[in-house]
Write a protein that binds this ligand. Structure first.
Ligand code: LRH
Ligand code: MN
Ligand code: MN
Length: 386
């Protein structure tokens, strides 16, 4: 088993990135429920993210979504973040909310639309230069609804062309993270539907192209930890968009629907040497009916708990049981770690960092929630339909 001090060190070194859009109002396509006190600007989202970092100590970066977080001066926004002890994280591109993209963005049959989409992606790299962000996150809503609607193979060629233009534009310390999603909003074909498609494109592009695993983007029953193990083994796991799902892309709090799955994923991360800054641990969630800041704090804690349990797996005992073909013994080693209550350990880790052992309660006592309700009038929607 990893020594307790090493477990603690690993837990404090893991950084979890929160998404700017989780702080804003959100909903389903049926209704957006407005909450009081939500941010009215990217700056106010950063103010809220600073609270998450203040009480957890492990959420120092914030992902932006362009144009949801459009500002005139991105370097100034980065400075604003820094003044609050934060840094700007991944830049998420958006080529899915424009009438021109009805038939796709970089895979669109019309070259003029493809050029427009590529222009946005390149602009996102300009923004990364200004913010000091390392990662460009690419998610394409591209696909078709009906058999015969477009040429499946030609669309892959168009995708490859755009990706390679973006790749060429990346600086030495920048990466592109290609996200896949098995369906929605397209229902018949999706141009990047799975890890295999993302991997094939990233492999051709080179080392700065990596796959990002959004945990909500798989069919029910998919063994996500297998995908994680494989991508890590191939040096192609760029990061995660964490959230949880009961049905499709539910974007619920990570670790809420299936904490055991999150543990299994984190075990493969630990096993594969992925608990390093090379793997970006990002949240991609929306808090439609629950208060947002405590939900994000809870999500960060859920990732920490799964990571702690993964670190507690007795790897030597597991290897011995596996080598001996001891099926039940091996399974028991894994389950022992999963069934360990790691909350006291994490409370200790927080106290050693000068933090309150109970971040949700500490946030509740801080008065921040009351303050933003009083001060902020007319909070904006996170982006959907904005
Ligand atoms: C797509 C997605 C992608 C987007 C985010 C808002 O479903 O996961 O990462 O950028 O949601
Ligand atoms: Mn995502
Ligand atoms: Mn998603």
């Amino acid at each position: 088993m990893t020594a307790p001090s090493a477990v603690k060190a690993a837990l404090t070194s893991q950084a979890i990135e929160t998404p700017s859009w989780a702080y804003g109002n959100s909903g389903t396509r049926f209704k957006v429920f407005a909450q009081q006190g939500v941010p009215r600007s990217p700056q106010e989202k950063l103010d809220d993210a600073a609270q998450v970092h203040r009480f957890t100590g492990v959420a120092p970066t914030v992902a932006l979504h362009i144009p949801w977080d459009k500002v005139d001066d991105y370097a100034a926004l980065a400075a604003y973040a820094e003044e609050r002890g934060l840094r700007l994280g991944a830049i998420n591109s958006n080529v899915f909310q424009d009438d021109d993209y009805k038939l796709g963005s970089v895979c669109h049959p019309d070259a003029a639309v493809r050029r427009k989409a590529l222009g946005h992606l390149l602009e996102c790299v300009d923004i990364m230069d200004a913010t000091g962000s390392r990662d460009l996150k690419l998610w394409f809503s591209d696909g078709t609804n009906y058999p015969g609607q477009d040429d499946i193979r030609a669309r892959q060629d168009r995708l490859a062309e755009a990706l390679s233009a973006v790749y060429e534009r990346l600086g030495d310390d920048q990466r592109m993270l290609l996200e896949y999603k098995f369906f929605e909003p397209a229902f018949y074909t999706t141009d990047v539907p799975d890890w295999g498609t993302a991997y094939a494109h990233c492999l051709k592009l080179g080392p700065k192209a990596q796959v990002v695993v959004d945990t909500g983007h798989h069919a029910p029953g998919t063994n996500i930890e297998f995908i994680v193990a494989l991508l890590l083994r191939e040096g192609k796991l760029g990061g995660f968009d964490f959230n949880s799902r009961f049905y499709a892309d539910d974007d619920l709090m990570v670790g809420a629907a299936d904490p055991f799955q999150l543990f299994r994923i984190m075990y493969e991360v630990v096993r594969g040497g992925g608990l390093t800054p090379d793997v970006a641990f990002m949240l991609d969630q929306c808090h439609n009916i629950e208060p947002k800041i405590p939900a994000i704090i809870r999500s960060v804690m859920n990732v920490q708990e799964a990571t702690a349990k993964a670190l507690l797996v007795d790897r030597e005992a597991l290897a011995a049981a596996q080598a001996a073909g001891d099926v039940l013994g091996a399974n028991a080693v894994l389950m022992d770690a999963y069934n360990t209550d790691v909350r006291p350990l994490l409370a200790e880790v927080r106290q050693e960092q000068g933090l309150d052992p109970d971040p949700v309660a500490a946030y509740g006592r801080s008065g921040w929630a009351e303050r933003i309700v009083a001060e902020r009038v007319g909070g904006r929607q996170a982006g959907w339909g904005a």
